[in-house]
Ligand binder design. Structure first.
Ligand SMILES: NC(=O)c1ccc[n+]([C@@H]2O[C@H](COP(=O)([O-])OP(=O)(O)OC[C@H]3O[C@@H](n4cnc5c(N)ncnc54)[C@H](OP(=O)(O)O)[C@@H]3O)[C@@H](O)[C@H]2O)c1
Length: 223
């Protein structure tokens, strides 16, 4: 398989996905900020590149370390010291550098429930707590959708750090709310990378036993 480059792999969904892909024998590279912990990634045989996604040259240098085509997953989130967000600016830097490379296969962007067409169904409480970050992620989604990249957007519900349940599902119902374990988001991303039917579509990702919705939820039939 093509190598997989993960942005945001120092912890959470990105780290879980790196472990799944390495266990499947796939070459994995990660871009980590200089101060981020690399030990767990090195132990599973991932190639660790250093850089900051708020710097476009750092991303270009990372892409230059792959001679051929590659797939990309971004789970980026967070603020730089000067307040700039990886959620919009960082992701947009990655999207534009990857597009300019002309060598990308699949591009999976992990954003959040509440992005894009899910925005009208956010609660006042959710808007107050993380509306600005969700709006930043929507700006990254919008930039990705403008490209000709082979993208899929995953919008998880509230994330839980517990062992996988295998109850994660993808749906295009914008009214769904709920929670999902980080490990289950990673395994959905693993399957999405291998399922061309998910190409150029956005999905909410939620645990079927921890979701609520006032209309029927049709799970997407992942291969
Ligand atoms: N928390 C929730 O309930 C929730 C709900 C829905 C969606 N989400 C979203 O789902 C995704 C996965 O969440 P998660 O909790 O598993 O992961 P996370 O803790 O949000 O991880 C974010 C990653 O982005 C990296 N990062 C931040 N700024 C960076 C920069 N300037 N350059 C390079 N890397 C940078 C972080 O690395 P460092 O080690 O350098 O900080 C970290 O690896 C995120 O986008 C998150 O916002 C979260």
């Amino acid at each position: 398989m093509r190598p997989l480059l993960i942005f945001g792999a120092s912890r959470g969904v990105g780290l879980e996905l790196a472990a799944l892909e390495r266990a499947a024998g796939r070459p994995v590279a990660v871009l980590l900020r200089p101060a981020s912990e690399a030990g767990p990634l090195q132990e599973i045989g991932a190639q660790v590149l250093r850089g900051d996604v708020l710097s476009r040259p750092d991303i270009e240098q990372a892409l230059a370390s792959f001679p051929g085509s590659f797939d990309v997953v971004s789970t980026l989130s967070g603020r730089g010291e000067d307040g700039r967000l990886a959620d919009d600016e960082g992701n947009i830097n990655v999207i534009e550098a990857v597009k300019a490379s002309g060598r990308a296969g699949r591009f999976i962007l992990v954003t959040s429930m509440g992005c894009g067409d899910m925005a009208p169904y956010r609660s006042e409480r959710a808007i107050a707590a993380f509306g600005a970050v969700v709006d930043a992620k929507t700006r990254a989604e919008d930039r990705l959708k403008e490209t000709d990249l082979d993208w899929t957007i995953l919008r998880p519900g509230g994330l839980v750090s517990e062992p996988p349940t295998s109850n994660g599902l993808l749906t295009q119902n914008p009214r769904v709310h709920g929670f999902i374990h980080r490990a289950d988001v990673a395994s959905l991303a693993f399957r999405v990378l291998r399922d061309s039917a998910t190409s150029r579509q956005a999905f909410a990702a939620v645990d079927r036993n921890r979701m609520n919705c006032d209309t029927a939820v049709d799970p997407f039939p992942l291969a």
